[in-house]
Design a protein around this ligand. Structure first.
Ligand code: ADP
Length: 160
């Protein structure tokens, strides 16, 4: 069985992520969405909330599960879960330049391969940072995020 991990902070999950994970699930028997704590940025949603939104979104997609990545090495997480590959979506040349040193390091550390999927043109402008910024300023981002995220964002707006 071929398993892959799609790691990220998913703060929050948007349609660019969803499309890459769905495509990964067509290539691998099992895809683990690994939600990282987002150590460098103050997250909008807790790891538990981000996992719940991903679980709700992928509940109907065969072979996709959601797990916390924790704070250790990605290679160790993949070894512990029997995953042979990491799948990353690439929006542009900057993503390639950012991802490639990590991909090469992971291969040197444990032989773990990284598979790049080119982002679909409909989603290349999407980032979680932009989604949060537009939402914070009162804009409607609902067409760019799955239903589970739309609901959480609306709840946050009503709370504030
Ligand atoms: P990080 O927390 O590593 O900054 P994100 O949680 O924003 O990353 O995204 C996780 C992964 O999803 C990225 O490493 C990238 O592979 C992919 N990704 C992010 N945005 C897009 C997009 N718009 N289209 C396709 N893939 C994307």
């Amino acid at each position: 069985m071929q398993s892959a991990v799609c790691p990220g902070s998913f703060d929050p999950l948007h349609n660019g992520h969803v499309e890459i994970i769905a495509r990964a699930s067509n290539l691998f028997d099992e895809v683990i969405v690994a939600v990282s704590p987002n150590m460098h940025k103050a997250p909008m949603f807790s790891v538990e909330e981000r996992m719940e939104m991903a679980q709700e979104t992928f509940s109907y997609v065969r072979g996709v599960t959601v797990k916390p990545l924790g704070e250790g090495l990605l290679t160790e997480f993949c070894r512990a879960h029997g995953a042979n590959a990491v799948v990353k979506g690439l929006r542009d040349a900057r993503d390639l330049a950012y991802e490639t040193p990590m991909a090469t390091m992971n291969r040197h550390l444990s032989g773990l391969e990284t598979v790049y999927l080119p982002a679909d043109g409909r989603y290349t402008h999407l980032s979680s940072t932009l989604i949060k910024e537009v939402h914070r300023l009162g804009g409607d981002v609902s067409e760019h995020v799955p239903r589970a995220v739309q609901r959480r964002l609306a709840d946050r707006r009503h709370e504030s």
